[in-house]
Write a protein that binds this ligand. Structure first.
Ligand SMILES: [Zn+2]
Length: 249
């Protein structure tokens, strides 16, 4: 069955001297993998030869015997060249792509995730400095958690309902999925100590709201580290991109 869809390049791996396997996020069919025969040498049919984070229109065929589609053409609609001109933007984009690949499923309609990824890449493309790029990356992981239904409870103690102590720091349980009061936190080995500014930033980003004022770079990095750990706990898998972005600090 032949199809056409808007797509963003998440990953690519060489298949032979002239061909590659590309992993795309599509709005219509979620994550798809396709064999692009001759894509290394045929720049006319395959545009920019599937550079990462490139957005385009893919024309492909689904095959009966395998999950690997056959890609006939890829027409670039947005090359995101600005991402490639700054290491900070590029590292944040690589993190966002890796997260998307880890949290998307083949053949599953994921229009919302596609729009979120496209909007995040648009924001990163225009990010003027490292702090802004990292805020986009942090906002992305927060929205991913929210849309997956993993939103942590950040009001009262998730175990007993008592008020959770917020000053000077709160205890967030990765295992329980929310804040704990001091009594319930003792003995929970998955608890992370969270400062009030980080908690406030996380709450706003989960709700899809921008920070009131530009947060400190350290607050953004702590929020992202916390959200990564939280998502990782929920997914029960190591996200290699977490270390990838940390290398740049
Ligand atoms: Zn409690």
């Amino acid at each position: 069955m032949r199809y056409e869809a808007d797509a963003i390049v998440l990953r690519r791996t060489p298949f032979s001297e002239s061909s590659q396997i590309v992993h795309l996020l599509t709005a219509r069919d979620g994550r798809v993998a396709g064999l692009a025969r001759g894509s290394h040498r045929d720049k006319t049919t395959f545009g920019g030869a599937f550079d990462l984070a490139t957005r385009g229109r893919v024309n492909a065929s689904r095959r009966r015997s395998t999950d690997l589609d056959l890609v006939h053409s890829f027409t670039i609609t947005c090359a995101y060249r600005g991402l490639r001109r700054s290491l900070d933007r590029w590292l944040a984009a690589a993190y966002v792509l890796e997260l998307t690949a880890s949290c998307s499923w083949p053949r599953d309609r994921q229009g919302e995730l596609f729009l979120l990824l496209a909007a995040t890449l648009d924001g990163l493309e225009a990010a003027a400095e490292r702090a802004v790029a990292r805020l986009w990356a942090t906002s992305f992981v927060a929205r991913l958690i929210e849309s997956a239904g993993f939103r942590p409870a950040l009001d009262d103690c998730v175990a007993c309902g008592a008020p959770a102590v917020l000053a000077p720091r709160a205890a967030l349980s990765l295992a329980r999925g929310g804040l704990l009061c001091r009594r319930c936190a003792s003995g929970d080995r998955s608890v992370r100590s969270v400062s009030r500014p980080v908690l406030e930033l996380v709450a706003r980003l989960l709700a899809g709201r921008a920070p009131v004022a530009a947060p400190a770079a350290r607050t953004v990095d702590e929020a992202r580290t916390l959200l990564d750990a939280y998502l990782e706990y929920r997914l029960e898998s190591r996200l290699c991109s977490v270390r990838f972005l940390d290398l740049a600090t």
